[in-house]
Each structure stands twice: as C-alpha cells, then as structure tokens.
Design a protein around this ligand. Structure first.
Ligand code: BTN
Length: 323
C-alpha cells in the first residue's frame, strides 16, 4: 500500500486507479483496497469519478513513514520510531540505546503521558499540536563535556525554527527557547556514562507548534509557533529541518572536539547575558550573568560579594523578566 502512496505523492494531480494499477502491476481492486488502508491510517485521499485519486495535504501527516520520507540527513533522525502514545520519548530512546540502536535514531510520540521537563518538572505533551521527540547521540566525549551537547541542541533548534518560521527566537541559558518572554521549546538532555566516557546522550526536544491555547497556569509563560505567527506548521517539515541543522552542528562539534566554534553564535542568541539573574543553587543567590565559557557554563558575578563564579548546570531566572 505504501507503493500506492508513493505514486500518489509523485503525481501532481489526479491519477486513475487503472494508471496506478498499471504502474505497480496490480489490479484496480488491489489499488482500491490499498487506498482504503491508507485512509484508515489517516491519509486524506480524494476520489473523483472519471479522474481518479488525489492525495491531499500529505505534509500534515505525522508518522514513521512521513518522517523518514524525503529526509536529507546522513544519519540524524533515522530510523524513526513512532508512538501514538508513550510515557516519554526519552525513555524509549534510552531503551533503544541499551539495545544497541545507532546514533541518530529518533523517537517521536503523538502524545506523552509522562513527559518530563528538567528538574523533575512535568512537560505537558498533548495530542496533535506539538513535537515531542528524542534523538540518540553517541559522542566520544567525557561526561564533563556533556553539557555542551545541551547548548548545541538549543542552538540547532533555534536556527531550524527561524529558517522555517522567520520568528525571532532567544535562548535562556542553557537551552530553553523563547519568543519574546514566553517559552516555546524545552530540551531535556540525559546521558548514560562511566567516570571518563559518555556511553550515549538522549536529547529530548519538546516544541509547542500548533497549540491554539494553553491551560491557565501556562498562559503567561508558554507560547507556540502558531500563537506567535498565526500560521500552522507541518511538524514533519520542522522535525526534518531540525535533524538537518543538528547533524551539521553535531558533525562540526565532533570534528572540532569543542564548543568553541559555536560560542559566538550562542552568545548572540543568549538572552541571559548581561542580565540580573537569580541562580537556584543549594542557596539561591543574586548575580549578574557575564559570559558563557568554552565548556558551556554560565559565568556570573555574585551580587553579595562581587566574586565571579561558574554555574555548571541548573536553573537560572532572569530577574523581573522570566522565572
Ligand atoms: C524543559 O524545558 O524542562 C525540558 C522539556 C523537554 C520535553 C521533551 S518532550 C520530548 C522529550 N521527552 C520527555 O519526556 N521530555 C523531552
């Protein structure tokens, strides 16, 4: 039946059952059966007497087949594992990684029932409107370097979103993506490692794409690409674009062996720099955000004693602006 899908995809306009049958050396009845199966999977296929069949809006379809079709990457975003519903795509990639899955393997879910955010917070992942996905990376780096993967992911998602939507995005260190003062993307990077070597990294990316409204508790802090632009976007195209940019960035990172080539671009995108912040360490403290180091840490100057300090990971709020 997917051969029929490919024929429909390639035909610009209507194509008759007879023609499809001839092309694939199958009967018209078999074509009709295949079309019905595709419809059951959710593909919208128009049928008009004397004209034939036409595939409508294939770009809005979101499944393994669509996400793998037309990809331009060597390995990032392939193969795709797709779940209509799962607890968390980060959990799925973790399992696949232990089973020996290749770098670039992508897990995507239509709904996550236990989506996780950073610091144990839940991540709301409702049906139909967002991208909830995790990609498997196997960088040959030490665990101490792993946090730069997080920054790299943020930067790559920003570039891809800006390419596709023309919206202006900013990063709140380390990798929350904002449009204006509202968050549109969250990234949760988890890893499995020993003392000196990372075994694998799971980069989990959550994007509010076509969300039309948020629940009351999120309204003031969350936004979506739709709410910012008034347009709906193809999740398939966004996922594929993100995988392309991520592959380019990741390869450059692996070749350089450091985050240095990205530092300038990251500094430009980072909304935390030069702001008054609160660092939520064991004892929260007020500080000014000064710079990003080559290892991706945030350099701050404490308000209480004027000393400079490096923040490795964690929660930083921009005072008076963003929690
Ligand atoms: C955050 O901002 O706190 C991070 C949110 C990360 C959400 C994504 S959605 C896909 C992947 N699976 C999860 O359970 N979490 C990440």
């Amino acid at each position: 039946m997917y051969r029929i899908l490919d024929v429909l995809r390639q035909a610009d306009n209507f194509i008759s059952g007879q023609e499809i049958g001839n092309m694939l050396s199958v009967s018209r009845a078999a074509v009709w059966k295949g079309i019905e199966k595709l419809r059951q999977e959710g593909y919208e296929i128009e049928a008009v007497t004397n004209k034939g069949y036409r595939l409508i809006h294939p770009e809005t379809m979101y499944n393994k087949r669509e996400l793998e079709t037309g990809r331009k990457t060597k390995r990032m975003g392939y193969p795709v594992y797709f779940w209509k519903e799962t607890d968390s795509t980060n959990n799925r990639i973790r399992e696949l990684a232990f089973e020996g899955a290749e770098e670039g393997t992508l897990a995507v879910a239509e709904v996550q029932t236990a989506g996780r955010g950073r610091r144990g917070k839940p991540w709301r992942s409702p049906v139909g409107t967002g991208i909830w996905m995790s990609v498997l990376l196997r960088p040959q780096i030490a665990p101490t370097q792993a946090s730069v993967m997080t920054l790299l992911g943020g930067l790559a998602v920003c570039e891809a979103l800006e390419n596709m939507t023309k919206l202006k995005t900013k990063i709140k260190w380390p990798n929350d993506i904002y449009i204006g003062h509202k968050k549109v993307v969250g990234i949760l990077t988890e890893m499995d490692c020993e003392l000196t070597q990372v075994h694998f990294v799971v980069m989990g990316i959550g994007i509010n794409v076509n969300t039309k409204a948020f629940p009351a508790d999120l309204q003031d802090i969350a936004t979506s690409l739709y709410l910012e632009s008034g347009q709906t976007y193809s999740r398939k195209k966004l996922v594929q674009n993100i995988m392309e940019v991520l592959e380019r960035y990741y390869d450059a990172f692996v070749e350089a062996g450091t985050f240095a080539p990205f530092l300038e671009a990251y500094r430009k995108k980072c909304m935390t720099l030069r702001k008054e912040v609160t660092v939520f360490a064991k004892e929260p403290f007020a500080a000014t955000a000064l710079d990003i180091t080559e290892d991706g840490e945030l350099l701050v100057k404490r308000a209480d004693n004027g000393k400079k300090e490096v923040v490795y990971a964690g929660e930083v709020s921009i005072r008076g602006v963003i929690k």
